[in-house]
Design a binder for this molecule. Structure first.
Ligand SMILES: [Fe+2]
Ligand SMILES: [Fe+2]
Length: 138
């Protein structure tokens, strides 16, 4: 089972973003647990939907913050968000059709977490926090 532990290195220093990323990590852990334990479809549906909804909310907040901060890579970053939601929907559809998606879903999510939260998301931090990290982001 995948069990992700929050680490200090995940923090961006932007309170809203850090809170949301922590919730996403928990949601990924829940999904992992549910898939592994073969939870009922109703429950798995809820977990998938919650994860997709919450991710969409997080992406919207993140996009608002970095767009307001004139982050130069805003459009490219938004496209990675769109691609994530699209892929999540594809996996959900496969899951709905009874496909064995457990491993695929987890690999995708953990990979995304590592590449996106720990990589791509770090690029906007200096813009959102501003000179010397003094700008009030949230
Ligand atoms: Fe993020
Ligand atoms: Fe992002």
């Amino acid at each position: 089972m995948v069990k992700l532990e929050w680490q200090d290195a995940f923090n961006t220093g932007i309170d809203l973003i850090d809170r949301q990323h922590q919730i996403l990590v928990r949601a990924i852990n829940l999904l992992s647990m549910g898939l592994e334990q073969g939870c009922e479809k109703d429950l798995m549906d809820d977990i998938f939907h919650t994860l997709a909804d919450y991710t969409a909310t997080h992406f919207a907040d993140e996009e608002r913050l970095f767009t307001e901060a004139s982050f130069p890579e805003a459009e490219a970053h938004k496209r990675t968000h769109e691609m994530f939601l699209q892929r999540l929907n594809e996996l959900k559809a496969k899951f709905d059709q009874g496909g064995d998606t457990a491993q695929e879903v987890l690999v995708f999510l953990v990979d995304w977490l590592k590449n996106h939260i720990l990589g791509t998301d770090r690029k906007y931090i200096p813009y959102v926090l501003g000179e010397g990290g003094l700008r009030k982001a949230v």
